[in-house]
Design a protein around this ligand. Structure first.
Ligand code: SAM
Length: 351
């Protein structure tokens, strides 16, 4: 596998490999990430602004049927104070995440983004679910530029069985439309979901290759304590890391995060993610009293603070990027536009 992986070579055997094949896969993915992005890792902060959710995804602890969850919506002013006054210096971008809660989009995300845009240079990404066109437009107009909307699984039947948001076609339609409307779009899938066999695993890569994506994540499935999938087995860390490496090889240009759940799957899982082609790290900034109720899977989920993120980056001989992810995407687009202009054939007047 010395060359760029040809999609035809990506098979379930590679994805489920261990030993020397796996080592080779991971090394090649790390090399490709370094060729594309140097030794820099983007570092963003995440704030989880609301855990209200109108969806009922079987894998997620914030599903609307989870009546044991204390629901919260954070205060815009409190978050503004936290982000402006107390953000770690290493952070260049901020990601606002929530259950699917349009009220929080209007009352918390939009006013908060306006404040951040006026008073900080932070790049702004949002992960707020499938919304209507007006809300997408307002979020963009007030200064967010990256939308995170995961396709969760590349298999439509599995998507609907797991009661993932809306329908598969709708979710894919939103991803495409967000990109057409100028958002930088990051998507992703959950690896090791119950019901996922080899064919379903491969469909994630086929879909990621077809979609207009700037970033993509691979998250290990973690059975949520308060979900219908509580008794299902968690994803294997090696399968998750192999998927991250394969994604890096099939789409070298993508920004791929190391997700904190990698550490739940294995101590050092996060560092192994950085060693497997990831180039984005996330520091959790959600105020401590709210954190416990932002229940994706387990109440004792793994939270990465600044010290742990920076220690993992430096232990892997990498360094935090000084440039924000939003600025990187903007500069990349400008360079692409300039090269299109300079390679365009001269007009008859110029010739
Ligand atoms: N509600 C928004 C949406 O659906 O896009 C954004 C927030 S949602 C809680 C964030 C992500 O958490 C989901 O897209 C899903 O991939 C991930 N997630 C939820 N439960 C999970 C689990 N049990 N294991 C792994 N990832 C999970």
């Amino acid at each position: 596998m010395g060359e760029m992986v040809d999609f035809d070579l990506l098979d379930a055997e590679v994805l489920r490999s261990n030993g020397s094949v796996q080592e080779h896969l991971h090394q090649r993915a790390a090399d490709v990430a370094r060729e594309q992005f140097g030794n820099k890792v983007f570092v963003r902060g995440v704030v989880e602004i609301s855990n209200f959710c109108r969806e009922n995804c079987q894998y997620c602890g914030m599903r609307r049927d989870n009546s044991r969850l204390r629901r919260y919506r954070a205060e815009c002013d409190q978050l503004a104070e936290l982000i402006i006054g107390h953000s770690p210096e290493s952070i260049t971008d901020i990601n606002l995440q929530a259950g699917e809660d349009p009220v929080a989009v209007r009352e918390v995300a939009i006013p908060l983004i306006r404040i951040l845009r006026q008073s900080t240079p932070l790049g702004i990404s949002v992960c707020l679910g499938t919304l209507n066109q007006n809300l997408y437009r307002e979020l963009r107009d007030c200064g967010a530029s990256i939308y995170i909307l995961k396709f969760e699984t590349g298999t439509p039947a599995l998507y609907s069985k797991l009661q993932a948001p809306g329908s598969f076609e709708e979710r894919i339609g939103h991803i495409r439309r967000l990109s057409q409307e100028g958002w930088k779009v990051s998507s992703g899938f959950i690896c090791g979901l119950p019901g996922e066999g080899d064919a379903e695993l491969l469909e994630n890569f086929e879909l990621a290759a077809r979609l207009p994506l700037d970033g993509c994540s691979v998250s290990p499935f973690i059975p949520g304590d308060e979900t219908p999938l509580a008794a299902s087995p968690a994803a294997a860390i090696n399968l998750t890391l192999n998927c991250m490496a394969a994604l890096r090889l099939t789409r070298p240009d993508l920004v791929i995060p190391a997700v904190s759940a990698l550490n739940l799957a294995e101590t050092n899982g996060y560092r192994r993610g950085l060693r497997t082609g990831a180039n984005l790290a996330t520091i959790n900034l959600t105020p401590t009293p709210l954190r416990d109720d932002y229940l994706l899977y387990k109440r004792d989920r793994f939270i990465m603070n600044e010290e742990e993120v920076l220690a993992a980056i430096s232990a892997e001989n990498l360094i935090p990027s000084q440039e924000s992810l939003a600025a990187y995407y903007a500069a990349r687009d400008q360079a692409a536009a300039a090269s299109t202009i300079s390679t365009a054939p001269a007009s008859p007047q110029q010739a």
